[in-house]
Design a protein around this ligand. Structure first.
Ligand SMILES: [Cu+2]
Length: 500
């Protein structure tokens, strides 16, 4: 096994020196996050995206564009957003609907729009092979054919994803239950009024210069860029005022590198859904770890007039050589939640939420993926190479191993998987739902169970990669195609594409 690379070692010690210096002038903690003086900026709620149904297709139009954002009051920071200066409107569509999104690039460089967690044909995925040049519009169309859940969309340009997401291109995509379905009944019992008791919470850290510019150079930290401020829906120091007894927070870690451990000090919450949909039943937790790209839906109970803080505890990232250099010693408040003096009543969270489950006995193919440095199975991402070929209709178990002494995670396009083991043991309750992104502790293996149901296409690949975006940009990514039985991968299209 390879040990820590010289490059990583230098990066870690460099960041370590900075943290030690910081600790010298702050005896309270070694946290590298500076908190705002007050949490009194009303939490902005991203608008719902407008759409029109054209020939039976719910059609959205969004434009990537530059602008400026006040992460701190009265300080303009240049940012990018969809249909605005930062972030993007929340798209909503129901299971069973056909949707289209027409994405226009109003930036001065090529970008893409990837629908993270969506099950859809590979040429609609918005990955690095579906680039949109400045001024162009790209249209993706597909059928919503998966469980209701909280997804998100962000650019996926190979080598530049970190920069594009960090500048602000990240929006939510809610999949609502089909009318009349069992899940629709459950959604009816959970808080479900957008912006009132069903709250989007997009968390992203930034490194801001004194003048308010986004800093892109972090001094070479091994995990990528760790910010010195934490934003929620594009602001620091946010307060959410609630008027109901229960509130559902749809948490998205849209950060490029930072992993959070989110909770409400002194109380528990109910986890009801993870990346790919509802859990079988609610899980009572004190905190939940979210690595970049992961989502969690939690229900918080409030008493009239009380205030609580959504807090990020020191995240348990596993065995680290230099924990403070990768954010493992960072602890800070994220969002203040303030209940009004009178609260309207909310239903209790149902004890049973949904049923699902793939059978590991049905798995006929096993694959192994070893992440080390910027390589998966000793290979760096090559846009013109298809790494894995999957036959449509198969259930597979992927064993994913972090061979490094520092954090990675793993995201698979096209599917929602189930985590069947972590380090050889049963996964903890919060990992027993449907997932598309999973944290990888150093030195540990996770086993992921997934089924490739449809969308055979030998030419256009899906991606799998580390969602620490600098790692992805630097090559910690691979490509797979789903083919019909007996068919072979055909890299001619992407080979021509990659070289043109
Ligand atoms: Cu990584």
């Amino acid at each position: 096994m390879n040990g820590i690379s010289r490059r990583s070692f230098l990066a870690v010690t460099g960041a370590g020196a900075a943290a030690v210096t910081l600790a010298g002038c702050n005896v309270v903690s070694t946290s590298s996050v500076s908190e705002p003086d007050a949490y009194d900026t009303a939490l902005p709620i991203p608008p719902l995206a407008e759409s029109e149904v054209i020939d039976g297709v719910r059609t959205f139009r969004i434009t990537a564009q530059p602008g400026t954002t006040e992460f701190r009051p009265d300080v303009d920071t240049p940012t990018w957003g969809w249909d605005g200066a930062y972030g993007g409107p929340t798209m909503r569509a129901a299971v069973g609907e056909r949707v289209a999104v027409e994405v226009t690039n109003g930036l001065d460089e090529a970008t893409s729009a990837h629908w993270h967690g969506m099950h859809l044909p590979p040429d609609m995925d918005g990955g690095p092979h579906q680039m949109i040049v400045p001024g162009d519009t790209w249209r993706a169309e597909w059928l919503i054919n998966q469980a209701p859940c909280t997804l998100w969309y962000h650019p996926h340009p190979h080598g530049a994803t970190e920069r594009h997401v960090y500048r602000g291109l990240a929006g939510l995509f809610y999949l609502d239950p089909a009318p009349g379905s069992d899940e629709a009944a459950v959604y009816g019992q959970l808080p479900h009024t957008y912006g009132v008791d069903d709250i989007p919470v997009v968390i992203s850290d930034k490194r801001l210069s004194d003048g308010g510019e986004l800093v892109f150079d972090d001094g070479g930290n091994e995990v990528g860029l760790l910010g010195n401020v934490v934003t929620v829906n594009g602001v620091t120091g946010a307060v959410l005022r609630v008027s109901t007894e229960r509130v559902r927070l749809r948490l998205l870690n849209a950060s490029t590198a930072r992993t959070y451990s989110l909770g409400l000090p002194g109380r528990t919450f109910q986890l009801v859904a993870t990346d790919g949909g509802l859990l079988r039943g609610p899980v009572e937790l004190e905190k939940i770890r979210l690595s970049p790209g992961e989502r969690a839906e939690v229900v918080v109970a409030m008493e009239p007039g009380e205030q609580v803080m959504l807090h990020s505890f020191e995240p348990d990232l596993g065995n680290m050589i230099v924990p403070f250099a990768v954010g493992a010693n960072d602890e800070f408040d994220v969002l203040r939640i303030e209940a009004e003096g009178e609260l309207s009543s909310s239903e209790e969270v149902p004890g049973e939420l949904t049923a699902f489950g793939q059978d590991p006995e049905q798995a006929t193919v096993r694959r192994e993926f070893r992440l080390s440095g910027r390589q998966i199975n000793d290979a760096r991402m090559d846009m013109a190479r298809i790494d894995e070929t999957v036959e449509v209709g198969t259930t597979e178990i992927w064993t994913v191993i972090n061979d490094d002494p520092s954090p990675h995670n793993f995201h698979v396009h096209d599917v929602q998987f189930e985590v069947i083991s972590v380090g050889g043991s049963e996964p903890s309750p919060e990992l027993r739902g449907r997932k598309d992104t999973v944290y990888l502790e150093p030195g540990r293996a996770v086993e992921l169970l997934m089924t490739f149901e449809d969308y055979a296409d030998p030419q256009w690949p899906y991606m799998y990669h580390c969602h620490l975006l600098r790692h992805e940009d630097e090559g910690l990514m691979g490509q797979f195609v789903v083919v019909n039985p007996g068919e072979r991968a055909d890299p001619s299209m992407i080979a021509g594409h990659a070289h043109h």
